[in-house]
Design a protein around this ligand. Structure first.
Ligand code: SF4
Length: 291
C-alpha cells in the first residue's frame, strides 16, 4: 500500500495524478509566508520503501497515466535516486505519459545541466517552481533564499534541459509598500525566463508563520482586495512573452485563464472593470486572528 504522511499538497493541474511521496517536507522550509510543511521534519524516504509502493500501486492501478512526486521539493534528491524512481515508474505503469514534481530554484541551481537532462530524459516532464516574486526586496523580506538573477538562471536551466516549466507568483506578497515593484519585477522574471505556464496566486496569511506574526504587528502591511486587482493588472500588462496565464487557485478573488500576450487587451479591460468593483477592504484570506 501507499503510506501517505499528511498533509499532501499538489498543484490543481495534478488532480488526476497518482501521488508518491519520495521526500517528506521541504528541504528549505524557511519561507516566512509558507506553512505547508512546518510540521514535518524534512527527509528523503528510503528508496526501497518508495519502490515497494510503486510496485504495489502498479498492480492495483495499472492504467495510471500521470504521476506527481511529493512533497515540497523532490528535485533535491540525488540524481541516481531520482533516475531509479523514474525507471521504476515507467516500467510499472506501461501507460504512463508524464511525471511532474515541485522544484525550488535552489534544487535547479544545485544540479548540473547534464543531471537535469538525464532526469528529463528519464521521464520527469513538468516542474512546478514557486517563484513568488521577482523583486529582490520582497524575496529577501520573505526569506526565499534566492534573488531574481538566480531565479531566472534556474528557470532558464530547467527549460534548456527540456522541462515544461510552470511558475507561481503570489499577489500581495509585497504588502502595501512594494506592490508595484513586486508586480513589475515579477513580470520581468516572466519576460526573461519565458516559463510555459505562469500562475498568480493570492496571498493567504497562514497562522503560526513569520509573515502572519509580522502582519499582526504591522511590520507587514496587509494588501486590500482592490490592490490585489491592481497588482494583477500591472503584472499582466507588463508580460511581453508567450505564456499560459492562470489565476484560478482557491485563493484568487476571480478565476482567470488567458494566453499571453494575445489575450492581454481583453484581460486588461476585464481587470480594469473588476478594479472599480473591488472594495478597499482586507483580503478574506488575510484574516489575522484570534488564533
Ligand atoms: S514556499 Fe516552497 S521552498 Fe519555501 S518553505 Fe514552502 S515549500 Fe519550501
Amino acid at each position: 500500500m501507499i503510506r501517505y504522511e499528511e498533509p499532501v499538497f499538489r498543484p490543481p493541474s495534478e488532480a488526476k495524478s497518482l501521488i508518491f511521496q519520495i521526500t517528506l517536507g521541504c528541504s528549505y522550509n524557511r519561507c516566512t509566508f509558507c506553512g505547508m510543511y512546518k510540521m514535518k521534519r524534512f527527509r528523503i524516504r528510503p528508496l526501497e520503501e518508495v519502490i515497494e509502493e510503486i510496485r504495489w500501486a502498479s498492480k492495483e492501478y495499472p492504467f495510471v497515466r500521470r504521476v506527481f512526486l511529493a512533497d515540497g521539493d523532490p528535485l533535491c534528491v540525488p540524481t541516481d535516486y531520482m533516475l531509479r524512481v523514474l525507471g521504476e515508474l515507467y516500467r510499472g505503469f506501461p501507460r504512463l505519459e508524464r511525471v511532474g514534481t515541485y522544484a525550488t530554484p535552489q534544487n535547479l541551481l544545485e544540479k548540473s545541466p547534464d543531471e537535469l537532462r538525464d532526469i528529463r530524459e528519464a521521464g520527469l516532464k513538468i516542474l512546478y517552481v514557486g517563484v513568488e516574486s521577482g523583486s529582490d526586496r520582497v524575496l529577501e523580506f520573505v526569506k526565499k533564499g534566492v534573488n531574481q538573477r538566480q531565479i531566472v538562471e534556474a528557470l532558464v536551466k530547467a527549460k534548456e534541459a527540456g522541462f515544461t516549466v510552470s511558475t507561481t507568483f503570489i499577489l500581495g506578497l509585497g504588502g502595501r509598500d512594494w506592490w508595484e515593484e513586486h508586480a513589475l519585477e515579477s513580470a520581468k522574471v516572466v519576460n526573461e525566463a519565458v516559463p510555459h505556464y505562469t500562475a498568480a496566486l493570492t496571498l493567504m496569511l497562514i497562522p503560526k508563520t513569520v509573515l502572519h506574526w509580522q502582519a499582526q504587528r504591522g511590520i507587514f502591511k496587509v494588501p486590500t482586495q482592490r490592490q490585489i486587482m491592481k497588482e494583477m493588472l500591472l503584472f499582466v500588462e507588463n508580460i511581453e512573452v508567450e505564456t499560459v496565464f492562470r489565476s484560478n487557485h482557491v485563493s484568487n478573488l476571480i478565476p482567470i485563464k488567458a494566453n499571453l500576450p494575445e489575450d492581454k487587451l481583453r484581460l486588461s479591460n476585464e481587470l480594469a472593470g473588476y478594479i472599480l468593483m473591488t472594495p478597499e477592504e482586507p483580503l478574506p484570506s488575510t484574516w489575522l486572528g484570534p488564533f
